[in-house]
Design a protein around this ligand. Sequence first.
Ligand SMILES: [Zn+2]
Ligand SMILES: [Zn+2]
Length: 387
Amino acid sequence: MTTPSQSDIPFLTDLRHDLHAHPELRFEEKRTAGLVASRLRSLGYTPQTGVAGTGVVATLDTGRPGPAILLRADMDALPIRETGTTSWASRNEGIMHACGHDGHTVMLLGAAETLAADPPERGIVHFVFQPAEEGGAGAKVMIDEGLFERFPTQFCFGLHNWPGLEAGRLGVRTGPVMAGGWRFRIVITGKGSHAAQPHLGTDPLTIGAALVQEAQLLVARRTDPMVAAVVSFCIFEAGTTDNILPQTATLAGTLRALDPRVLTDLKAGLTRLCTGLAQAHGTAISVDFHQPYPVTVNAADAADLARAAMLKLMEQDGGPAPELDIVPSLASEDFGFMLERKAGAYAMIGNGDSARLHAPDYDFNDAIIPRGIRYWHTLAQSCATAL
Ligand SMILES: [Zn+2]
Ligand SMILES: [Zn+2]
């Protein structure tokens, strides 16, 4: 794999370790944003800070009329306690870069450095360092704060590391690439009773257990098996001791699908199920949906631009052949909000045989930093000539 001569890989690797050691949660990326802005300034950019709180945007204007594109990295970490033992393991208790956004941030900084030294023939490149991808919909907040009015763009591109995919292998697809989703919270409220007298209460535990089981049928029997969808309950809280049937139970989880219509059907199905079970058992069940993330849908022309850049990169630098029709994921991404408004493509870069995303022993693979930078570099160059 060729190292791009125009970016300082040792500096970026150290910076990646520094960001990893000092992870910050959504909308709290102050230190991270400060380091990003200061690096951009040292590269000759005039970054705009404070976009959606902690977001940073820098623009490279070649001065020659041409396409405007936006390259996006996310900067936030997760509320997970790291179990890794590297010298750069998290020093912020209970917070961890478990999704590799530390790596995404330095790869985009490397792209800003490389493109400053070797700019595209024409057009404009916006480098967007986004806060709060993890559950904060930072991309939406940036859009609501006028991202596209302040930084007009034709195409948006995103890049995420992907454990299990060969290190440095790039991948993209046309159409849905990440799922849309809703989070839900269900509260079953009835009457508590003695464990030996269940008939005098409403036992929210058995009703909740039935709900968890029945909800699986929404996917298995109410959804076209050719469409990917999932319902996952991740929280089930009830009871205080082992001889009392409690009064309430709280369940929470998420619905995901690659097709927005299926997502709407799942949401309606879960609501129906709650209403039906409440009626059947004479209890109250409330369901609240929040945190909607749209399906991340790659536009055909943008995915083609990404594919062309990946193929060109392989020709120039060697390395693993790209996956030109990569399998989509039911994980979700707030980059979908950008792709609702602008054509664009969200691509993957293999993180190699690492722990999975959001696992406590995950770490971003430093060896892929040069490849990620070269992808951004080649993509920006290709867009300037192709558009
Ligand atoms: Zn994540
Ligand atoms: Zn992520």
